[in-house]
Design a protein around this ligand. Sequence first.
Ligand code: SF4
Length: 469
Amino acid sequence: MARPLTLFEKIWVPHEVHRDEDGQSLLYVDRHFIHDGSRTAYKQLADRGLGVRRPDLTFASPDHYVPTTSRDFADVDGEDRKDMVSSLTRNTAASGVTEYGLTDDRHGIVHVMGPEQGLSLPGMLILCGDSHTSTHGAVGALAFGIGASEVAHVLATQALWQRKPKTMRVMIEGELAEGVSGKDVVLALVAQIGVNGATGHVIEYAGSTMEALSVEGRLTICNMSIEAGARAGMVAPDEATFAYLKDRPHAPKGEEWDAAVARWRGLATDPGAIFDREVFLDAAAIEPMVTWGNRPSEAVPVTAAVPDVASVEDPAQRRVLQAALDYMGLKAGMRLTDVPVDYVFIGSCTNGRIEDFRAAASVLLGRHVAPGVKAIAVPGSGLVRLQAEAEGLDRIFIEAGFEWRYSGCSMCLAVNGDTVPAGKRSASTSNRNFVGRQGPEARTHLVSPATAAATAIAGRFADHRTLGG
Ligand code: SF4
């Protein structure tokens, strides 16, 4: 009888073109996403006189450096960033790669655009020169980020050398409490296992909680797998996945769709398959989460207090945590609901999808952002923006006092001019709360869209489930 296989193995094995004596595998790549950080990779190709091997499998969108206040190229912040954005257009046009440019409605953060266009499909090996490529694993793909030289290699060969990672299953069982989202789940997971808890592993998320979660919620969870050190995150494709992908522009059509779904059904991990590691999470115990430090693992329920780091035994660890508290301007024992915020950012490849804006809008409806708080809503793609506008969500955001922006990475990484000033505190639906992530000396707290909305209204961190009128 054949050995039971995991979802990961069922994708890895057929993509392995060759295995070296030292154990490295050459993998065939089904889909390659590139963005406005690909200038170096194209230069490497040009220097070696190489072309793009499979432009038909490569898709581009400028996301990191583009303005979100307009769709005008003239508003790209600075000459070098202008060159990053325009070189993507030049290079893709010259190499026959499809680009969803700044003024195209299909424009977006590549990790939002890919699944949205049906370019990310079950069973695929998907790569992009960006660590949050793990996002695409939510549709049952193996997807991970690569470096600039690897981007050049994939452009030139449509293949990549990799060492086989280990596997880890995160079983999440039970019903999520009302108002607890995928973002809260993944923050709770990273808090439980730590920022190195999944290093060297590909995570498969499974269990009744994942089965009940929407595909967009799964995208959020897979997106932040990297924050626990994982190489990738993935979820077995199921009926929800097929319903999400059906009729997307690049999804198979007609008989090809039926054949594809039949194939995709076989990708689920076989009963009895062995993982190198297993972790369990009780969904019912998860509450809306907020980070307090400079690592995504430093997260607690929004109703909790800033932890007392003085009781941490390891002196080196204690110093790191105290430095995080100092940077964040927090003291042990402070209740997070007493901590005032200056900025609220709803967007990014973690939480820039339509369900995220619906969740935030349901909290904002009929309410107003607190005085002194600057709040911006940045859809993850042009189509998310259009969908939100068709549903009237933009009006809810604007009437609540939010700025309603165009698609892009924006304040997640703050390399497009959207920054949080030094010393200011931000509630952000993005994925990294590192020192300086949203601007030099900016203080970033990671939250869900609903928590971000409630926080904007209260002017301090707030539990959206108990927000007063
Ligand atoms: S939204 Fe943030 S994490 Fe996502 S691709 Fe852009 S910069 Fe990276």
